[in-house]
Design a protein around this ligand. Structure first.
Ligand SMILES: CC(C)(COP(=O)(O)OP(=O)(O)OC[C@H]1O[C@@H](n2cnc3c(N)ncnc32)[C@H](O)[C@@H]1OP(=O)(O)O)[C@@H](O)C(=O)NCCC(=O)NCCS
Length: 183
């Protein structure tokens, strides 16, 4: 499978921030931005893999500045690094005051997506070729982030094994009412 330049997976998604996208401070709701981030990351990964892709994990999202109603929010995403079936996608979200043209980074984030077959089983994907200085920087630093994700994944597995509500029938009433578990 031939490696592909990062630029071939580059996706740009621009939106104007409308009142339903905001919370009671009239700034963009964090969950709405995370939805936009996930959407553009899936597009980018699918462009790279030319296979259906699912989100395996989202690294922490740093919300760096508020985005107001009437601003635009522009997300740029591309695949920075790949392993066998998974790929790291970098997403930069830039807010723009459309009246003044002032731009600022609203958030930066990384997502890991996995290419899957028709049964949802992970599939091998092409490698990536970084070309610009930014792409080369993100490519070079990616293995360290991947190691941190592996550690985090192992910790999550351990956490799941120690969640008592999965392993016991001793549910409290509110858990039963909300249908949290079938265990
Ligand atoms: C992601 C998923 C396909 C992985 O399947 P799996 O059976 O656990 O497969 P593996 O353990 O072989 O992992 C496949 C790859 O994903 C990577 N991966 C799995 N979980 C990961 C995580 N939490 N973070 C980062 N990478 C992860 C593995 O490192 C592996 O990468 P590699 O092949 O490049 O080395 C599976 O867990 C899944 O379908 N999850 C739900 C996805 C989904 O519904 N997303 C939307 C949520 S709203």
């Amino acid at each position: 499978m031939n490696a592909k330049p990062s630029k071939l997976s580059r996706c740009v998604k621009a939106n104007i921030v409308l009142p339903p996208d905001t919370q009671h401070h009239y700034t963009l709701f964090g969950g709405r931005l995370m939805q936009l981030i996930d959407e553009v990351a899936v597009l980018s990964a699918t462009r790279h893999a030319r296979r259906p892709c699912v989100t395996a994990s989202t690294d922490s999202v740093d919300f760096l500045s508020p985005v107001r109603v009437g601003d635009s929010i522009c997300l740029v995403a591309y695949v920075t690094w790949t392993s066998r079936t998974s790929m790291e996608v970098f997403i930069r979200s830039t807010a723009e005051d459309l009246m003044t043209g002032e731009r600022r980074i609203a958030a930066v984030s990384f997502q890991t997506l996995v290419a899957v077959d028709d049964m949802g089983k992970p599939m091998p994907i092409p490698g990536v070729i970084p070309e610009t200085e930014e792409e080369k920087y993100l490519f070079k630093t990616a293995p360290e982030r991947a190691i941190a994700r592996k550690t985090h994944r192992a910790q999550t597995k351990d956490l799941i094994e120690n969640l008592t509500y999965i392993n016991t029938n001793h549910l409290d009433v509110s858990e039963q009412l909300y249908g949290v578990v079938n265990g």
